[in-house]
Structure formats: C-alpha cells, structure tokens
Design a protein around this ligand. Structure first.
Ligand code: GLC
Length: 442
C-alpha cells in the first residue's frame, strides 16, 4: 500500500514537472509579460450599461460623496435600489447589436495597450458568457454570439494578453452571495454555499472555456468572507488548472498572501514610491467604471499618460478602463483618448515597455525617469519632461554618455556630464503640440 502511494506521488510529481517543462512556466517567470507590458485596457460592461447611470427618473451623481460613498454606474442596482426582478428583466433588453470583438481589440492594440481585462461577472452576478453554472447570463438575452470567445480570439490575433474580472465575493443575484455592508449581512455558512455553487465553478468554467492569462478579483477595505482558507483554495484551483494564469492582489485586499502575482492598487490610486513586487493601478477615464451617460469627467489624455509614465517609473502598470455603451460601442470620447495615447506610445513606447525604475534620491519636479539595459549591456535612461524648462539637472552616476536625443524626433540635446551629475540643456523647440517629451540618454 505504502509502495503504491509512493509510486502514485512520484507519478503525480512527474506529470506536474512535465506540465511545467512543456509550458516552461514557473512561479518566477509567470508574470514576466505583465512586468514588460505596462499598459492594459479594462472594460466594465454588463446589464448596468443599459441603464447608463439613471433609473426611474433618478441619476447617479458623477462623483464620490463626502462620506466616501462611490456612485459608480455599475453599482446602480444597489445605489438606486432597483428591485431584483426589475434588474433581472434587463436581460430581455441586452442586445449589443453593434458589438464587434475585432474592432474593440484593434482599438486596444492601437492604443498601445498590451493586455485586456473584461468584467466576465461583476457584483450584480450577471455572467457575460453562457454559463452552465447559473442561468443569470448572456445565454438568456437576445444576444446569441460567443462574446468572451470572440474577444479571446481577437486578442490572440492582435497579440494581446487577456483576462477576466470576476466578482468572487460580492454577488447580488445569488441568494447566498455577499452584499454591500449597508444590507443585512449574510452568515458565513451561507456564503459557503455560494462559494461552492457559483464562485469556484464559474472561475473553473472561465478557465476551461477561454484559457485566460489573468484573473482580476475584487475585494476592498472591509470585512469579506474571503478568509485565508477560501483565498488559498481559489488560488490552488487556478494554479492547478492553468499555471500561466496571473492572480491579482484584490483576491483579498488586506491579506493577499505571498502567492499572488501582482498587487492591485485601490481605484485610481498611485503609490509615491518604487515597489518591488509587480503592481498596477486600475484607473478610470471618467468617474464611473460602467457606462454613465451623464458622467462628463473626462480626464485629458496628457494626465492619463502622466499616470502611465509615473507608474512605469515606480515599477507598476496602468490599467485604464472603458465603459462601453449598451449597444456594444466604445464612447467616442474614450476612443479619442485611446488613439491619442496610442499616438504618444507609438513614438515614445520605447521609454515604457519593459522599462524599469531609476533609483535616485531626488528627481526634479516635472521630470520622470525610466531605464533599460540594452543587448550590448549598456544602460539607456529615458527622461520624461512635462513642462518647459531651460535645463534639467539629474543626480545620475552614468558611464560616458555618447548620445542624447529627443526620442520622438531624434533632435540632439546638449548635455554636460560632471562626475555624478548630468545637466541636460533643453532645446527651445522641445515642445511642439505634445507636452510630454522624452529625452533618451545613451
Ligand atoms: C471597486 C468597485 C467596482 C469596480 C472596481 C474597479 O471595487 O466596487 O465597481 O469594478 O472597483 O477597480
């Protein structure tokens, strides 16, 4: 008996190692692509997109309230107290006739993003795929296409990694799923039923059907049912089904453990120091994540680019959200911004993709630094500049500089190198219409 157990264990270990050898994926290299990618696009899309922030004559405010309550449009069911049966009947209206998976991902690609994350299921519990686990899903709507499958296919075509947001904790449809803190709490023993009946099986289903590159789970700074046992059970299941699949830290905001692949910041939150573990900021273009027809807080492209560059300089990523309309199209203002970002990245992406932070004590105001080691072993430093200045003084101990140019145009930049100081004399013609320019020091 003992012998048999040993043989079985050895067999299991070798199957496991074979799997690893086949894919070459290990815990150490799994997130390599993510660390290089820097920029991703997030999509919040579901039944709430039909309401677009308004219900029954009321419109959600487009800001966070003084008490910290957020009024995100994807929360409309809770915030404007839409009765469960009314919300459920939105299924009958879900029919994105203008949805074109290829066009979406072409836009993502042109924006210069390298990965794509969509809400496979948000807190309302509605699945954007035809799920065998629950019938609150796209299979019950007028839309008959393979939405997630088509998106996955398009991502493969354009070389974009893809993943799913899955609300593993909050679920307002399942009678035992978690609900917001102002609702009567559901006992943990009940939550267990939801966990086994819906949460775990749907994550499994998503992996088996669509083979995602990452999972984006969501909890925040309040008590959840996601204790260490459940967290680790979910992680173990994913690791077993798909060794390549990344897992974000919001699987358990306060206690993500050691086995997650990257830290997920709070919404639109930007750390002010370099972090060693991979991380990312989920960010909005307006206030809401889901489509809100009366949310006009569109951020200018320059500001969003600033966040992207800053995050890169601190070792992190930027996951920028779009809330598509119910008909399946991206709002024009979002497309406009994506194309502007793509234009900038087309010319300056070298300073972003695969770039690393530069660890120096003081960086002058208006300056952002990234760096790369190139094939020859030489170090290249990229100096992002977002305001007109005559010169920039950097406390950078570099080997001999042999070239210094504006990355976008190739215009030479004069410099003086004195021991541990580099002084860049900025050309008067540095800023044309774009006010973030990058100087490349080789
Ligand atoms: C918050 C919100 C949610 C949104 C998410 C994105 O957790 O509850 O609606 O999906 O942030 O970061």
């Amino acid at each position: 008996m003992k012998k048999l157990t040993v043989i079985l264990c050895l067999l299991a270990v070798s199957v496991c190692l074979m799997g690893q050898a086949q894919t070459g994926i290990t815990a150490e290299n799994r997130a390599d692509w993510f660390k290089e990618a820097k920029f991703g696009i997030f999509v919040h899309w579901g039944l709430y997109s039909i309401l677009g922030g308004s219900y029954n004559g009321h419109t959600l405010p487009d800001t966070t309230m003084a008490n910290g309550k957020s009024w995100y449009a994807e929360w409309i069911q809770q915030r404007l107290e839409v009765p469960a049966d009314v919300y459920r009947r939105l299924e009958e209206q879900f029919n994105p006739v203008n949805f074109d998976a290829d066009a979406w991902i072409a836009e993502v690609k042109n924006a210069g993003a390298r990965y794509f994350v969509i809400t496979a299921k948000h807190h309302d519990g509605f699945a954007l795929w035809d799920s065998k686990v629950s019938d609150f899903d796209i299979g019950n709507t007028l839309y008959k296409g393979e939405l997630l499958g088509d998106l996955a296919k398009a991502c493969k075509k354009y070389g974009i990694k893809y993943g799913f947001y899955y609300s593993h904790w909050q679920d307002w449809e399942h009678p035992q799923g978690a609900v917001p803190h102002w609702q009567p709490t559901r006992p943990d023993a009940d939550f267990e039923k939801y966990w086994r009946e819906k949460s775990l099986p749907q994550v499994r289903e998503l992996i088996e059907r669509y083979d995602p590159d990452l999972f984006w789970f969501d909890t925040w700074n309040e008590e959840t049912h996601i204790n260490e046992v459940r967290r680790d059970e979910l992680i173990a299941m994913i690791r077993e089904l798909s060794p390549k699949c990344l897992i974000n830290g919001r699987i358990s905001f306060y206690n993500p453990g050691e086995d997650i692949d990257f830290i997920e910041m709070f919404d639109n939150a930007y750390p002010d120091k370099i972090l060693e573990k991979p991380w990312q900021t989920p960010a909005t273009m307006v206030h809401s994540w889901g489509w809100h027809a009366n949310d006009f807080n569109w951020k200018p492209t320059q500001r969003m680019l600033g966040y992207l560059i800053n995050n890169t300089a601190k070792g992190g990523n930027y996951l920028l959200n779009i809330g598509p309309k119910a008909d399946g199209t991206f709002p024009s203002a979002a497309v406009h911004r994506l194309r502007e970002m793509g234009g900038w990245l087309f010319a300056n992406g070298e300073a972003i993709y695969g770039a690393k932070p530069v660890k120096i004590d003081s960086i002058p105001d208006g300056v952002i630094l990234t760096q790369k080691q190139i094939a020859s072993g030489e170090r290249v430093v990229y100096v992002g500049i977002n305001k007109q200045m005559d010169e920039v003084v950097l406390p950078l101990g570099l080997n001999k500089i042999h070239k210094c140019t504006v990355l976008e145009t190739g215009m030479p930049v004069d410099f003086v190198q004195e021991r541990d100081i580099v002084r860049l004399i900025l050309p008067a013609k540095l800023f044309t219409d774009c006010n973030i320019q990058v100087i490349k020091i080789e």
